[in-house]
Ligand binder design. Structure first.
Ligand SMILES: [Zn+2]
Length: 139
């Protein structure tokens, strides 16, 4: 049995929001997963997480460690954004010679969160997390 993240229902709701948004129609083609991750994990996908897990939603979910108001959206060790992006890309875009819509990648990326320990924390608890090992370049 795989783990089910407690925010999975909300994630599904956000996926529905994505499907009806007039956005993310850009298509990507002939780009390695590594290049895609390198170019976008730090900007598009960071902003996307901020959009997906709104401040209003965070207000309802205090820090999972100490119960103070949460401020940070936390991907656990080994479940960082680039890792989830890679899982999503392998699942929905195995053949990079065929075009894929950004929306489909973002939806798959959000879906990947449902089996992770993704959570919300206050600034102090987030800072106290063990540091992830430096991301190694894949090329
Ligand atoms: Zn805390």
């Amino acid at each position: 049995m795989s783990y089910t993240n407690p925010h999975s229902e909300y994630i599904d709701k956000r996926i529905q929001d994505l499907r009806i948004q007039e956005k993310w129609n850009s298509k990507i083609i002939d780009t390695t997963h590594e290049d895609f991750i390198e170019d976008f994990f730090n900007n598009v996908f960071t902003n996307f997480i901020l959009w997906a897990f709104t401040k209003a939603y965070l207000k309802k979910h205090p820090c999972s460690e100490c119960n103070e108001p949460s401020k940070e959206r936390c991907h656990g060790i080994g479940e960082e954004r680039p890792v989830l992006m890679k899982r999503a890309l392998e699942r929905v875009w195995p053949d990079i010679t065929k075009p894929i819509c950004m929306r489909d990648i973002l939806i798959a990326f959000l879906e990947e969160h449902k089996t992770t320990k993704f959570t919300f924390k206050c600034k102090a608890c987030h800072k106290a997390e063990p540091k992830a090992p430096r991301r190694s370049k894949t090329k």
